[in-house]
Design a protein around this ligand. Structure first.
Ligand SMILES: Cc1ncc(COP(=O)(O)O)c(C=O)c1O
Length: 1006
């Protein structure tokens, strides 16, 4: 079946979308389903076959829509746990993720702290919908900022967050640094000093500072190339003497991770710091991969004993990965505020709060790493270990490849770095048992580097989880003597429960035993009942859910010594969980003695247990116990906020369905939130579903798509994509008033700088008049540019269908003229749908649907909010080579789920009445009240451009006083971007009243 992607020309599109949604909903993980997570073992299916993963991936790649670059396992973020990464297959591939999703996880999958936060309501304001952080005060962000400030080296008083990750954090760092570089001498400063083997990201300015010539060279712009030095002070000094006047910042990783875990010496870094300071050149320390206690202490810089005082603190320090978004700590403030994904910020904050849990890793790893070096003296060299980061070198690149090539067969995931380094990143999710298992696998991998059969599949972990001869049934009177024998044999006196206690539990709740059907012997039992029946028990007595009647207390689960390893505990726990669920309980809680019940704790974790509190002085002594909770229901729905009379017309793009769209309750969100996965490497069921939907919806002219993690990264990746087909390309062209983002250098250089801080652009990208305002000026400007530069120097013309800050609209004749000019000069036309996409324009899914048929873009960029972006591209410029256009995340599963639900729900809305009401209000009431004002935008994205900046600001303030939030466009422009669900009555009533009163106040003399 071939899918015709142009919604404008496909009369069956609605029917297809309906059918697709129905089949996807039937397949989607359900919010109330019980998931059994893997907490015990690696599994390798026969022949390595992953039929369900393979089928899903074919759907993901369908018709060549996306690049064939994902790893062969589709990851189940619901069943993965700790270090165990589980595929969606009926017979799953379960690997030990020994790189913790490229150093992004502090606790592996299903972070217990994040799960706890989900169930205690910490995600209440940011799970179902992403607040616009440039509009609202977001307490989660403020708390994160405070926590980072406490940890930051002195003088780094300013914290800012950016959306995507490491590359974007470094872009922002470079933006701030350039503002504080020494004044120009003989022309602007456009280069950074960076180091061989360094890696700073794949956006344009960070890629220029990345050493690997294979990655960097195809994307450099003349005049902006970095100056590279070896990590040697003499060389740095010579380069600064010769070229210091061209340089605006020095950027360095204290440990060069991608370059092969190269530990730079303390003396060198200290000397670099002094050199930078002496020349007043900002020093950016890139801790994207090393921050958040990866190397032991929270920052690698402080691990080296640096940053304890102002003199040895860098000027700017960046983190990402475990931070779950981009973090910039700086001496200087960020001149702009940024939109970020708040749920990711909260995940990052929780990873920060729990980062110390990783502290034990180095101690556990050291003897195992040493044993490795001893066992393979000719093979393994230069073992490096700090905190959770372990690396060793192999003799050459061939050996490195031979190690990496057998990772699936050996049941582990890790990555090469540099030429011959193998590196690992551990997390608090690892304990001694799992480490022993992993090191056995590493030993085997090393022993088989030249073994031709090393890639043969040997099934593992395929035996059933429990012995089929064992059944679970309710306890009967005759069972009690055997039960008490097992109880007394299993526990020291202080932990034994009395028969009376257990009988009471069985009477008020549930008592089950596991029986060997062959012998009739009792192998184990479990007891429990409503929490309220255990008021005297430590843990239960303090439980905040006591009295709510929604919790089942698991009083005792015991397996006879002789019956261990037959899956008896699992059978009992499964039966208990199912019983509690069927009987309407929302949670199960219980106690696990720390150290004595590892198997039972792992079993509880496999049902989703998270620790509530660590209890001390347990069992009549000094023992510790973890009081845990197993949720049987989804996290609580957001409470309706108190009606403060706010009318929010500023957050519509981040929250197209307002702060708490009820349809989100139908989606399982715990897995995608608690297990932030790298979508650049892995697909999930939810991302496959979303991609299938996008494929049906791909805008006119496009038939392929790339994901990105933010608005700005969309621009950088689009430029890199175009550059591969236009190797002479040196510039991108924007329009006056245009907005593409303000974080990365490329986006900044395309955006109109009005209203931002100084020196917004780095690259000298030209901006032409908007054809809506001056078609002739646009045409002449483009012609002139082509004559001066040559069309092949131009990577593309970037045009918003609706200007997010300007309200300028591309439509009708001017649109045709613009498209024709691009065709005539053979310049790629890149349309931006951020303000017009997701049905907001009113004429279909995309603004481009309303344009004349001969306006056909080569690329369409769309940022739907939170931590995901899209580049739709036509055949001509699609680069299908794997892994060329990736970054750490390439989006975020939770953001993808939301954006998908938005598209599904928006398609079913009829916006015509609210669009008409808004148009009517603005045309008939607002414009006449503001002589000289101009109305812009379309559909439910409208703007008013006032005759002066002062009037715009006064109206904005007067609106704020009335609880009416309008969006900020260009300095003279205010934006009306309501949720798509705004009612016509609200527009003609409440909105009208407030906005007219505000204009009246703003226009009347003080
Ligand atoms: C040191 C360093 N800087 C920057 C980056 C880029 O981060 P991201 O992929 O999140 O953009 C990385 C990623 O590996 C990194 O290791």
């Amino acid at each position: 079946m071939s899918i015709e992607p142009d919604s404008g020309r496909d009369p069956d599109l609605n029917a297809r979308l309906d059918a697709l949604e129905a089949s996807q909903r039937a397949e989607a993980p359900r919010p109330r389903a019980l998931f059994e997570r893997e907490t015990r073992r690696v599994r390798i299916p026969p022949g390595g076959e992953l039929p369900e993963s393979a089928a899903l991936l074919e759907r993901f790649y369908g018709g060549g829509f996306t690049v064939r670059e994902k790893k062969p396992m589709v990851v189940d973020t619901r069943r993965s746990s700790g270090p165990y990464m589980v595929s969606v297959d009926a017979r799953p591939l379960t690997l030990l993720d020994a790189c913790s999703q490229i150093a992004t996880q502090t606790h592996g999958f299903y972070h217990p702290g994040i799960v706890k936060a989900l169930y205690t309501g910490r995600f209440e304001h940011c799970l179902w919908s992403n607040p616009d952080t440039t509009v609202h005060h977001v307490p989660e962000l403020a708390a994160y900022e405070e926590a980072l400030e406490r940890l930051a080296p002195p003088a780094l008083d300013h914290v800012s967050f950016v959306c995507a990750g490491g590359a974007e954090a470094n872009e922002k760092a470079l933006r701030i640094a350039r503002l504080h570089a020494p004044p120009p001498v003989n022309g602007p400063r456009r280069r950074v000093l960076a180091f061989r083997d360094g890696f700073h990201g794949r956006t344009l300015a960070t890629l220029a500072a990345t050493w690997n010539p294979e990655k960097r060279a195809p994307f450099e712009f003349a005049g902006y190339e970095a100056v590279f030095s070896r990590a040697e002070l003499g060389e740095v000094e010579r380069l600064l003497d010769a070229r210091g006047h061209e340089i605006y910042a020095i950027v360095v990783e204290p440990m060069q991770a991608e370059g092969g875990d190269v530990y730079l010496r303390r003396e060198f870094l200290l000397g670099l710091c002094k050199l930078a300071r002496a020349r007043k050149l900002p020093l950016v320390v890139d801790e994207v991969q090393t921050g958040f206690a990866t190397g032991g202490p929270f920052f690698w810089w402080t691990r080296l004993g640096l940053g304890g005082d102002e003199a040895t603190a860098p000027d700017i320090l960046t983190c990402a990965k475990k931070a779950c978004l981009g973090v910039v700590l700086s001496r200087w403030p960020d001149p702009e505020s940024n939109q970020v994904h708040v749920a990711s910020a909260l995940r990052g904050l929780i990873q920060l709060e729990t980062s110390r849990d990783q502290a034990n890793l180095e101690h556990l790893l050291r003897p195992r790493a040493e044993a490795l070096a001893e066992a393979f003296p000719g093979l393994v060299s230069d073992v490096r270990l700090a905190g959770t980061a372990l690396a060793f070198d192999l003799p050459d690149n061939a050996a490195q490849t031979a190690f990496i090539d057998q990772r699936y067969q050996r049941g582990l995931m890790t990555y090469p770095a540099g030429e011959r380094t193998i590196r690992f990143r551990f997390s608090a999710g690892w304990d001694e048992r799992v480490l022993d298992d992993l090191f056995k696998r590493i030993h085997e991998s090393l022993a088989r580097l030249s073994d031709k059969t090393a890639k043969d599949w040997v099934p593992e972990g395929q035996s059933a989880d429990s012995d089929p001869a064992v059944i679970v049934r309710p306890i009967e009177e005759r069972d009690w003597p055997q039960i008490m024998v097992i109880e007394n044999a299993s526990y020291e006196p202080a932990r034994r429960d009395s028969e009376a206690y257990l009988r009471r539990a069985a009477a008020t709740g549930l008592g089950l035993c596991a029986v060997d059907t062959a012998t009739g012997a009792i192998l184990g039992f479990c007891f429990g009942g409503p929490l309220e029946g255990f008021r005297g028990v430590s843990g239960a007595s303090q439980d905040e859910r006591l009295g709510l009647g929604d919790t089942f207390f698991s009083a005792d689960v015991t397996v006879a010594e002789a019956a261990r390893a037959r899956g008896v505990g699992r059978l009992l726990k499964r039966a208990q969980v199912q019983w509690a669920k069927v009987h309407g309980f929302s949670y199960i809680s219980g106690r696990n003695r720390v150290g004595a019940t590892d198997a039972m704790a792992a079993l509880n974790r496999s049902y989703g247990a998270f620790p509530v509190v660590r209890l001390t002085h347990q069992y009549e002594g000094n023992a510790l116990a973890d009081y845990y909770r197993i949720p049987l229901v989804p996290p609580p729905a957001p409470r309706t906020p108190p009606d403060e009379g706010i009318l929010d017309l500023a957050s519509g793009l981040q929250q197209p369905f307002g702060p708490a769209p009820a349809f989100m309750a139908g989606h399982e969100l715990v897995g995608p939130t608690a297990s932030k996965i790298n979508l650049s490497n892995y697909a999930t069921v939810d991302t496959v579903h979303y991609t299938e939907h996008l494929r049906l919806l791909a805008p006119r002219g496009t038939s392929h798509m790339y994901f990105t993690s933010s608005r700005d990264e969309t621009v950088d990746k689009a430029l890199r994509c175009l550059r591969l087909s236009r190797p002479q390309g040196q510039l991108a062209v924007g329009l006056e008033g245009g907005y593409l983002g303000h974080v990365t250098a490329a986006a900044r250089s395309l955006s109109d700088p009005a209203g931002f801080g100084d020196d917004l652009a780095l690259f000298e990208f030209p901006r032409l008049p908007h054809p809506e305002a001056d078609a002739a000026g646009f045409e002449a400007g483009l012609k002139d540019l082509v004559e001066k530069q040559g069309a092949d120097k131009i990577l593309g013309l970037f045009v918003e269908v609706v200007g997010e800050r300007s309200g300028r609209v591309l439509a009708g004749e001017p649109a045709r003229l613009l498209a024709a000019a691009c065709r005539a000069h053979d310049i790629p036309l890149v349309l931006v749908e951020t303000a017009s996409g997701c049905y907001r324009g009113g004429a279909g899914a995309w603004g481009v649907d309303a344009l004349p048929a001969d306006v056909v873009p080569d690329m369409v960029l769309w940022y739907p909010g939170a931590q995901i972006g899209h580049i739709f591209v036509g055949d001509r410029y699609f680069i299908k080579k794997p892994l060329v256009l990736i970054s750490t995340w390439d989006g975020d599963e939770l953001s993808a789920i939301r954006a998908h639900e938005h598209l599904r729900a928006a398609r079913r809305l009829d916006l015509s009445e609210s669009i008409a009401a808004l148009d009517d209000l603005l045309q008939r009431d607002v414009l006449p009240a503001c002589p000289g004002a101009r109305l812009g935008g379309v559909g439910l994205y409208r703007t008013i451009t006032f005759p002066s900046v002062e009037l715009a600001e006064a109206v904005d303030q007067a609106c704020l006083h009335r609880g009416l939030y309008l969006g900020n466009g260009l300095p003279d422009t205010l934006v009306f971007a309501p949720p798509l669900t705004i009612s016509p009555a609200t527009i003609t009533g409440d909105l009208r009243r407030r906005v007219l009163a505000a204009i009246d106040e703003a226009r009347s003399p003080a």
